[in-house]
Design a protein around this ligand. Structure first.
Ligand code: F6R
Length: 656
């Protein structure tokens, strides 16, 4: 890949890395390399052998390859493919099978000869598995070896399904999936129980045998494992780290996945900032001071010149005159993020000596009451992520509306649906004509059988979640007539291949135009397993861009605040607003989260963390309050944090 995105190596990184603003641009660059390889091989009259991956990461790569085929005549006639892995046991026609995935995203849309597409088979009988795996290795050799291997990385650091512990010399074989990998896959299979325990996968050695290897990763949920794989030692604990031993490999990352690399997280450890084109601006100063305070386990104002020197931050104390001056810059930045009046205060009730309402922007600061729009991707993100702030905004007199962007029907278990449907049947609330139908459904659900009427069932599941949302919002004081169930069209697609379009943007644009909000709160955590939050944020970005083009009146005075939820908290240095909560407010938020009963204990999307949502929320917001306190700021029970954007800046800078 010869382009400006390839980073100049530093001593922390043990492999070449290319970083792009977003995953689409990154995918296009990888597709371009693949296309060039295919064309070169075709000119030479030699076959081109590609090693392919599945999962959410390569979806945009395959979309681009399909586009190149359709619009630019890229021919796959001379291409042979080998996929990394397949669940075992699993039939190829099952919706979750990787064979089916490849057909959906690539094979069915390009001129690949089906006989030249290879995946390990999820249907070989157990006794034949070893022979099948050896035959797979032989087929790769017979094809001349893999020219270019595409990889994703799992949160365990796996490549293929080479889970932690897989040795360097491993070849194609049957493996047991790591519990974390199974949990990530559980959503596709409708729950833990139905998720396969095993898979067939090419081994570490089979992967390293490829002549070139490109590992792609998108999103902040991959940032830590990517950092370990690139900067950590080579170890079978993180099998992606074995790529450090490959002579022709490249990590292709989006900005979020690259975010934990030393060059971005703590660039002062690499060398003087000026040499890296960086400066000790306010943010960088704050980041370094927070880092130093955590390193030395001292409140900010107690950091000394020696502390700065020992940690290699002489540069910073010099830039500010002394450690004490630098401390103050960091301290006041953090202090100014705190306010108990997230929407501002009623000016009519202002008294002399009131604490300032700090982080609000001047343009909208005087407006009271404010129109506040909370965008909640799923029906419970509002209360999980910002339930305390939501209550405050309502109590402090603002007009708060909540828009639920998707139904969240996919996360309601059949058991939960059965409870509601069986109640309706047995209470005889349904009229006689429907009872037989209900009875059939209830029996199917109770027996764990496949429910053939999926669309109907999904509709009911959506209704269950809608009522939970109404009930949860009521705890926060938001009445039903201020709730908007948007049912964005993109959510109707199959979980793994969802894409948004103009229809989604139109729905949100209509709401914003009608409501003209002063404050918009939106989910800025891009880590939910199926990427719904990311899609919702992309839709918001496009909607704002459109509004800017049309010079929509509300844009000029609107502020956008991004919250993070069950999956991650904002790093301290990125927080612009922190709303403190009292113990009573924490309990009220808990009550609101409890109203989402279907998401308790058996929720399908808990991810790697087995705690329930209310527990995670409380731990997260308590830990944030403790972190503030450890910096030497006031001690609160809990805090909720937000990052501010001027909407038009967000459109320009958001790396989604
Ligand atoms: C897929 C595969 C896996 C995935 C990894 C990341 O064929 O072998 O290693 O690449 O689990 O999955 P996503 O891309 O869904 O995050």
């Amino acid at each position: 890949m010869t382009h400006s995105h390839l980073l100049e190596r530093n001593h922390h990184e043990h492999v070449p890395v290319a970083v792009f603003a977003g995953s689409l641009a990154a995918s296009r660059a990888v597709a371009a390399e693949i296309a060039a390889l295919i064309r070169t091989r075709a000119k030479e009259g030699r076959p081109c052998v590609l090693g392919l991956a599945t999962g959410s990461t390569p979806v945009s790569l395959y979309a681009e390859l399909v586009r190149l085929h359709r619009e630019e005549g890229l021919s796959f006639a001379g291409v042979t493919t080998f996929n990394l892995d397949e669940y075992y046991p699993l039939a190829p026609e099952q919706p979750q099978s990787y064979r089916r995935f490849m057909r959906t995203h690539l094979f069915d849309h390009v001129n690949l000869d089906p006989a030249r597409t290879h995946l390990p088979s999820g249907t070989v009988p157990k006794p034949g598995v070893d022979a099948h795996c050896s035959a797979y290795e032989e087929a790769i050799s017979a094809a001349g070896g893999i020219d270019l291997q595409i990889l994703g990385i799992g949160r365990t650091g796996h490549i293929g399904f080479n889970e932690p512990g897989s040795p360097r010399h491993s070849l194609t074989r049957l493996v047991t999936l790591d519990p974390l990998t199974r949990r990530d896959a559980a959503a596709d299979f409708g729950g833990d129980q139905a998720t396969p325990r095993h898979a067939l996968t090419m081994g570490v050695r089979s992967i390293l045998n490829a002549r070139r290897v490109i590992l792609m990763a998108w999103g902040q949920h991959k940032a830590d494992i990517v950092q370990q794989a690139i900067e950590g030692e080579v170890s079978s604990r993180v099998t992606a780290s074995f790529l450090q031993e490959h002579a022709n490999t490249l990590y292709v990352l989006d900005a979020a996945a690259a975010g934990s690399l030393t060059r971005y997280r703590t660039p002062w450890l690499i060398g003087p900032l000026a040499e890296q084109g960086l400066a000790w601006d306010e943010r960088m100063t704050r980041r370094a001071i927070l880092w130093l305070s955590q390193l030395k386990q001292k409140p900010i104002l107690k950091l000394t010149d020696e502390d700065y020197n020992e940690a290699g931050l002489q540069d910073l104390s010099r830039a500010h005159g002394s450690a004490y001056e630098a401390n103050l810059v960091g301290f006041y930045q953090m202090q100014h993020t705190i306010t108990g009046w997230p929407g501002g205060r009623d000016p009519a009730k202002a008294k002399p000596g009131d604490a300032p309402v700090r982080p609000l922007r001047a343009a909208s600061a005087g407006v009271f009451p404010k129109r506040v729009l909370v965008l909640s991707p799923h029906p419970d993100d509002d209360v999980i992520s910002m339930g305390g702030t939501l209550c405050r905004l309502v109590d402090q007199g603002h007009e708060v509306h909540i828009a639920y962007e998707v139904s969240g029907a996919g996360a309601v278990s059949n058991e939960a649906a059965w409870r509601v449907l069986a109640f309706v049947r047995d209470s005889e609330l349904a009229d006689k004509a429907n009872t037989t139908r209900l009875d059939q459904m209830c029996r199917a659900l109770a027996n764990g059988g496949t429910v053939e009427t999926a669309p109907e069932l999904l509709g009911w599941k959506a209704l269950i979640r809608r009522h939970e949302a109404i009930s949860g919002a009521r705890v926060c004081g938001v009445p039903e007539n201020r709730l908007h169930f948007l049912d964005l069209p993109f959510y109707a697609g199959e979980a793994r291949s969802r894409r948004y379009g103009p229809a989604d943007v139109a729905v949100l644009a209509k709401l914003l135009d009608q409501f003209q909000p002063h404050l918009i709160y939106a989910a800025g955590d891009l880590d939910d397993p199926h990427g719904t939050h990311r899609l919702c944020l992309q839709i918001l970005r496009d909607t704002i861009a459109q509004a800017a083009e049309k010079k929509a009146a509300w844009l000029a005075s609107a502020e956008l605040w991004l919250y993070r939820g069950a999956w991650a908290e904002w790093p301290l240095d990125e927080i612009d607003l922190a709303v403190p909560l009292s113990p009573q407010e924490v309990l009220r938020r808990r009550r609101a989260i409890f109203r989402h009963e279907t998401q308790k204990d058996q929720a399908l999307f808990l991810g790697e963390d087995r705690r329930e949502f209310w527990q995670r929320t409380e731990d997260r917001s308590r830990r944030l309050a403790q972190a503030y306190n450890a910096l030497g700021l006031a001690e609160y029970e809990a805090m909720e944090a937000f990052r501010r954007y001027a909407p038009t800046d967000f459109v320009r800078t958001a790396a989604l």
